[in-house]
Design a protein around this ligand. Sequence first.
Ligand code: SF4
Ligand code: SF4
Ligand code: SF4
Length: 179
Amino acid sequence: MKKYAMVIDTKSCVGCGDCVIACKTENLVPEGLHRDWIVEDVSGKFPNLNMEIRSERCNHCSNPPCVTYCPTGASYINRGTNIVLVNKSKCTGCKACIAACPYDARFIMPEGYVSKCTFCEHRVKKGLSPACASVCPTHSIDFGDVNESVSNVSKLLRKRKYKILIPEAGTRPNVYYLI
Ligand code: SF4
Ligand code: SF4
Ligand code: SF4
C-alpha cells in the first residue's frame, strides 16, 4: 500500500505563490477560494526576528477528524494511497468536517459541497507530480510514497530536520515541513 506525503522546504520557499496559482488553474478553484495558501510566520524578538514561509494545504492526516466527524461518509481516506478525499455526491454541505479540521483546509464550493486539496490525485494516477510541486521555481515541494525507502520524500525525511503542523491535535499529518 502506498502512503503519499508531501515534504516542503521552508528554507528554500520564497513565498512567490506560484503553487497557489498552479493549484487554482489545475483544479478550477473558484475566485476567492483556495486549496493551498502561503503563511509567513514571524518568531523571535526584535532585532532577532526569524521569518518562516510555508505553502500550506490539507495535511492528508492519517487520523483525520474531518473523516471521523463526517456524518454521511462523504469524507474518506483512499486506503490504496492514503489520500483524504471528498465524495461530492455524498456531501450534504453540513460543514461538520470544516469545524473538525484544525488546519482550516476545507471550504464550501458554490454548488454546496465541500472541497479541499486532493494531492492532485488525478495527476498522480497518470504518474505526474501535483500541480503545485511541478511549478515551484525553487523546487521546495517534494511528493512521493513514504512507504518506499528510496523515494525522494523518504530520503529527505531521513536527512533533514522537519516538523508537522499542530502535532498536539493528534491528526498525524502527511505534509512535512523541512526546517
Ligand atoms: Fe514557496 Fe514554491 Fe509555493 Fe513559491 S511555489 S510559494 S517557492 S512553495
Ligand atoms: Fe482532514 Fe483537515 Fe487533516 Fe485535511 S488537514 S485530512 S481536511 S483534518
Ligand atoms: Fe492543489 Fe494539487 Fe497542490 Fe493539493 S496537491 S495544493 S490540490 S495543486
